[in-house]
Design a protein around this ligand. Sequence first.
Ligand SMILES: [Zn+2]
Length: 128
Amino acid sequence: MAGKGGLYLMRGMMGRCPACGEGKLFRAFVKVADRCPACGEDLHHHRADDFPAYLTIFLVGHLVVPIAMYVEIVYQPSYWLHTALWAPLVILLSIGLLQPIKGMIVALQWHMGMHGFAAAKQARAEYC
Ligand SMILES: [Zn+2]
C-alpha cells in the first residue's frame, strides 16, 4: 500500500468508511451499513458476496496447512493433538480475518467504482 493510494483499503480493513475513515463500515459482524453514519456515503451498493469468505479460506488454508505439515514432519504428534491445535486456530483465524477482508473488498469496490459505486466515483472525479 503505497502512500495515499491504499488508504481506502486500510480504512476498510479497520471497519471504517472508505470515503471518510470515520464512520463504521459494518452495522453487524459482516453486515455492511447502508450508508456511512459520519459522511453519508452510500455503502449498500457493495457486492462482496462470497469473495471475502473465499479469500479467508484461501489465506487461512495457506497459513495453517504448512505449519501443520511442518509439525507433523518434525514432531509426528497424535491425530487428537493435531485436531486440538489446528481446529481452534482455523476457527479463530477465520473469524478474525473475515471482517477485515470484507472491509477491504467493499473499500476496493468503492474505490474502483464497481457496481452501484460508479456514480459516487464519478462525483469524486468531478469534485477533485
Ligand atoms: Zn464516511
